[in-house]
Structures are given as C-alpha cells and as structure tokens.
Design a protein around this ligand. Structure first.
Ligand SMILES: *[C@@H]1O[C@H](CO)[C@@H](O)[C@H](O)[C@H]1NC(C)=O
Ligand SMILES: *[C@@H]1O[C@H](CO)[C@@H](O)[C@H](O)[C@H]1NC(C)=O
Ligand SMILES: *[C@@H]1O[C@H](CO)[C@@H](O)[C@H](O)[C@H]1NC(C)=O
Length: 634
C-alpha cells in the first residue's frame, strides 16, 4: 500500500540543482574508488580463484583487501612465532599475480599482514602462534618489546625476505604495481577503546613498515587498519592522536557497521561522519588520507528484502562524500542474514547493488588525492549534478523518497516539513527560523521551499510523479489515493514530475514547494545553514573564507564561530570526545554488554589519573560479534 508520506519524484529538477547551493557536492577532480574485502581468497583452488577474481574485476572494484591469517582449514604462514611456511606465502603471491594479470593492473590489493582477532581466537579467526604464546594476555602483543620484535620480524619476512615467485624474485615491499597499501594490523586493540596499553606500538610499527621495510620509498601506503575496531559517528575509535601525529601513517583506515534505522538509512551515519570540513575531514585535509576499509550490510527486523537498499545507501553516501571504501566482505558461500555478499550470484542479488555502487565509486570525485597509490581509471569523472536515486528500495517500503534521514541534494528534495541540511533530510531544529507555521514578512522569510502567505509560512506539496493514468492535471483520480499503488515509484529513474503549474490535481490544494534555486534559508547562526555556508544577516550564504574545515588561528576568523584545537574552523558546540587513557574507559559497541578490557585489573587501575596502563595485563574479553555501531546513535 502506498502511504501518503511517499512523495512524488523530483527528477525533472535535475537541471536546477546545479545552481543550488544546498548539495555540498564535491567539485575536485580527484578520483574516489571502491573495493571489496575477501579474507580467504588465497585459499581457493587456483582455477576457481581466478574465476572469482574475474567476477570481482567485472564489478569495477579497484581494490581487494586480503588478510594473511589462517582459517579453520588453513594455517597462518607463521605457525609458530618465528617460523614461516613458504608454501603459504607462495599461495598468497599467486593470488597477487592473478589479480594483477586478470585486472590488467587496474585492481590492486591492500594487505592486512596480521589480524588482531587471531591474538585471542575471536571473530571466527583461529588462535595463532602469537595467541598461544600470549596465553590470553593479548595486550602484551602491543606493550611488550619482545612481541614487537617478533612482529617486526614477521613483517620483514613477508615484505623483504620473501622473494616473489611471480614477480621476478622481488620483495613484496617493492610491488607497488599490485599492492596499494599495508595495514599495520587488522583492527589493533580490536573492540577496546580507549587504547589501554602499548599505544606507541602503532607508530613504531607504521615507521617500521614505511622506513625500515621501505614501503615509503615504493609509494605503498601505510594504513592504520581500523584501530580499536568499529567507529561510531562522532567517535574517534579509529582516529586517535597517535595515528594523526605519526608521520609514517599515510592512510587512516575506518571501520564501521551501520544498520538501517527508522529515521535514517544505513548510509546516513556515513554522510554525517564525512561532512566536508567537519572535525574529522578538516583535520585530514593535506595531512592524511581517509579510507573506509570495512563496512557492511547489517540485518534488521526489516529483513533481507532491504539488503540491497542498505548496500546502495552506504556506498552511495560514501561516493557522495568522496571517501573511498571497501565492502566487508565477499564470499563464495551462502549469505544467509550475514553481511556477506556472494560474488557468484546473479545481479538481482546483493552483488548487483554492490557492483552498481562500485562502478559509481570509480567515477566519483574526492577532495583527497589518491593518485600516488592508485592511478585514475580511464573512464573519467562523474558530473555529480544530482545525488543518484536508490533504485533498490523495495516496493513495500513505507517511503522511497525524501523522508527523514534520506540523502538529499536540494532544498525540495525532502518532505515539505523537513529541511535538506548537510545532504540529509531532517527535522528543522526548534530554533530554525521560517518553519511551517512560523510568522513571516518581507524581512522574516520562510525556509526556501516554503511561501509566506497571510503572515505565516505555508506548507506545500511536493511535485508528484506523473502516472500513466493521470497525465492530465485535472484528473481527480490522483496519486494521493492511499488505496492505489502507483505503477511508477518515486525512486524510478524513468519517472517524470508534474510541472509546478499543474497543482489542481493535488488534494488538498496547496502551492507546490518552491524550486531550490530561488533563494537560501533564513538563519540566526551558522548551524541553521549547510556546512559550506555561513549566516549572513539572517540568510545562509555560500562561504568563501573562514569556512568549515579551513585553517584558523582564532574563533573570530571563523564564520562558523569556532576554531578547533586542530587549527580548523568547526561548528561550535561539538560534543566533547573523551580521548586517551584519561577518558571514560568504555569498550566500543562490539562488546557493549559491559565487560571492559580491565576486567581483572586491580581496583583503581581502570581509570583516572593513577591508572597503570603499560603493564602486562591478563584480560578476559567475551567473544566478539559484529554489532551495528550505529545503534548507539540511532
Ligand atoms: C585533489 O586533492 C588535493 C588534496 O590531496 C587537493 O589539494 C587538490 O585541489 C585536489 N585536486 C583538484 C583538482 O581539486
Ligand atoms: C594528485 O597528486 C599528483 C602528485 O602526487 C599530481 O600529479 C596530480 O596532478 C594530483 N591530481 C589532482 C587531480 O590534483
Ligand atoms: C559533464 O557535463 C558537461 C556539461 O554539463 C558535459 O560537457 C560533460 O561531457 C559532462 N562530463 C561527463 C563526464 O559526463
């Protein structure tokens, strides 16, 4: 059944949005990209592995993230600490060679040379040689010099001593034609935040990879690998100061698991996290590259019919923000309700939606220049005049367009009662001037899509989609009959809207919402405006200096009102994030049920200024499961 809330499509406005300022679209000529995680790819039988790689290359994935670790049927190449199995390295090398050959050099890999989950046998990763030696005290891996030395040896064996079977005996550290980057580890301190012990490990290992092993000389990126596990929208789990301040870190890897919610799509948290110029992206400008190394579909009560929608929403949001991403993860087995996507299925399954956003990613624009690590593809850049519509929203969904939490690129891309702010349809805040019902006059305008009549801001009707049976505007059998399902859905790319003049058919009769180009929203401060605007005498205006994300020395130089501690203009009133060992010791949502890392630590060591962190600790952490990181903020 079609709900009255489902809006008509506004596709005929595509041309107008190019002059609207409400979209925050990225105009830089740098390429973004998308890719896939495939943790056990190397273990596949070679001819089947090639078939799988061919299928991956066909999706336009530009990166495959591979893990060096064992699984239930295969060992780690370092079965005992300090002993290495050449056969497993040859097998991995064969996989690199196949990817390079089949993709003709267009697809590269990111290598996670170790997985923190192997240190405690969690997340279905078997307990490896390090894990057995650590015997539960896995934080010693980071804080004890002995383990650092072992781990550096592992990295040296993999990236310097091993002579590539397929690449003329060269060490992997030189294979920039196929290796884009190397993680320091997958999810160091996984599930534990703030970092309780051995934080210096991060820069020590990054420096070892970059300078001693020589990745830096070969233009292979050093990546943080998702520190402390999944990131929350306003969190800094993956972005501690130790990563920003380490010169050897090239790329900050971000992992996050967001589920579709009632008032947000699965992509909405990403849209918020990477708002151009916010604390995170502003800080990264000219300093580090940002990469979403892991994101997934998270199953919800809505069920699997919404899997494709959630995949497209997330990829689309990241493409719109120009942040490269890697889906977690592909499989050749069944998907079930898991985040996994089977690469061998037909395109009407989840892989179809993933291929679609992967292809779009390869043409998306980014404010960040990755060309040192991944050359631009031949296909050129998209114009990004409009936000691509999500064609995978299922027919039975209560809303296909313009609802709260949906992405938008223009002032009338949302329900009339909402505003399109920072690319998200949202309820205007109480202090927002010009809302429906607010008093208005020539000096006090309404929100840009609303009209002022009889002294108050009037509600309006969105343009409805033209249906085959109501082409004539006076047809009373209109699309607002709640008992009739329209054959053309609002998110259909084939849809056309009724023109503004054709409002007679609408019930109740109301003016059509104003076109987005006419003027900007009223405001009393910068937070009423888009991130790329400031509040200039009561109206939002395009910002050109002292704008969000720009360098600053003091608050009065920022039109956003606030110069943050990283020397960039920022929104005032950002939530203060507790960081470092002095912060509230709280594990991230993966093991939200309580159970801190400091279980078993003597009383008083867990928090406060007197804690003793860099000491060996026996810890006992419950088995991890992937849980949506968005749940806390949804
Ligand atoms: C590409 O990104 C760099 C930042 O790494 C930026 O300085 C540059 O302006 C971007 N290129 C274009 C053409 O916008
Ligand atoms: C990106 O950086 C490279 C140098 O690393 C430079 O040659 C190239 O022009 C830059 N690309 C853009 C689009 O700014
Ligand atoms: C982008 O749009 C311009 C004009 O609007 C057009 O000339 C150009 O070919 C387009 N580029 C792409 C890559 O579609």
């Amino acid at each position: 059944m079609r709900f009255p809330g489902a809006l008509g499509s506004l596709l005929s406005l595509a041309g107008l949005t190019s002059v609207a300022l409400a979209d925050l679209r990225i105009a830089a000529d740098n390429h973004s990209f998308g890719g896939v995680n495939f943790p056990q790819l190397q273990f596949l039988e070679p001819s089947y592995r090639e078939e799988v790689i061919r299928a991956i290359v066909k999706t336009n994935a530009r990166v495959i993230r591979l893990f060096i670790r064992g699984d239930e049927h295969h060992g780690d190449p370092e079965p005992e600490v300090g002993e290495f199995d050449r056969a497993l390295l040859n097998q991995f090398d064969d996989t690199l060679a196949a990817i390079h050959r089949i993709s003709e050099g267009k697809t590269k890999v990111i290598i996670a040379p170790h997985d923190a989950h192997a240190l405690r046998g969690s997340n279905n990763v078997p307990c490896d040689g390090y894990c057995k030696k650590l015997d539960g005290a896995f934080l010693d891996f980071y804080s004890q010099e002995e383990y650092r030395t072992y781990y550096k040896t592992r990295l040296e064996v993999f990236f310097r001593h091993y002579a590539s079977k397929n690449f003329g005996g060269r060490p992997w550290s030189e294979l920039s034609e196929v290796i884009l980057g190397v993680d320091v580890q997958n999810e160091p301190w996984s599930g534990i935040w703030p970092i309780p012990a051995g934080e210096a490990w991060l820069c020590d290992i990054a420096t070892h990879l970059k300078d001693v092993i020589g990745l830096g000389d070969n233009n292979i990126a050093v990546i943080t690998g998702g520190i402390s596990g999944p990131q929350t929208v306003d969190g800094i789990q993956n972005t501690p100061d130790s990563a920003w301040n380490c010169p050897a870190v090239d790329v900050i890897g971000i992992h996050g698991y967001f589920a579709q919610g009632e008032e947000e799509t699965a992509g909405t948290p990403w849209t918020k996290m990477f708002l151009p110029g916010n604390t995170l992206t502003g800080r990264a400008t000219d300093k580090k590259l940002l990469l979403v190394e892991e994101w997934s579909y998270m199953n919800t009560d809505l069920g699997l019919n919404y899997k494709k929608q959630a995949i497209f929403d997330q990829g689309n949001a990241l493409n719109y923000r120009g942040i490269p991403w890697i889906y977690s993860h592909l499989t050749f087995k069944d998907e079930g309700t898991s985040p996994k996507i089977s690469i061998t299925r037909e395109s009407n399954y989840a892989i179809g939606a993933l291929s679609d956003v992967l292809t779009r990613a390869s043409r998306s624009r980014s404010n960040f220049n990755w060309s040192k690590y991944l050359p631009a593809p031949s296909g050129g850049l998209s114009n990004l005049t409009t936000l691509p519509l999500n064609l995978y929203i299922p027919e039975q969904a209560s809303c296909t367009f313009g609802c709260e939490g949906h992405l938008c690129d223009a002032a009338d891309g949302c329900r009339p009662s909402l505003i399109c702010k920072n690319s998200i349809c949202q309820q205007p805040s109480d202090s927002q001037p010009g809302k429906i019902g607010d008093a208005c006059n020539s000096k006090k305008p309404c929100l840009s899509h609303l009209k002022c009549a009889s002294g108050s801001c009037q509600t309006c009707n969105a343009r409805a989609t033209i249906q085959p049976w109501d082409r004539r505007p006076d047809n009373s059998y209109n699309s607002h009959n709640p008992f009739r399902r329209d054959p053309i859905a609002a998110n259909s790319p084939a849809a056309q809207c009724h023109p503004d003049t054709a409002n007679a058919f609408l019930v109740p009769p109301r003016p059509i919402c104003s076109s987005p180009a006419s003027r900007e929203n009223p405001c009393t401060n910068a937070q009423h405006c888009n991130a790329d605007q400031y509040c200039d005498w009561g109206l939002c205006k395009a910002c050109t200096e002292g704008c969000l994300g720009m360098k600053c020395r003091s608050n009065n130089k920022c039109k956003t009102g606030f110069c943050n501690t990283h020397g960039r203009c920022d929104y005032a009133g950002q939530k203060k994030v507790l960081a470092g060992p002095g912060g509230q010791g709280r594990s991230t949502t993966r093991n939200r049920k309580g159970a801190g890392y400091n279980l078993g630590a003597p009383k008083g060591q867990g928090s406060g200024p007197n804690k003793v962190w860099d000491v060996p600790m026996k810890v006992n952490i419950p088995k991890e499961e992937v849980v949506a990181t968005g749940a806390a903020t949804a």
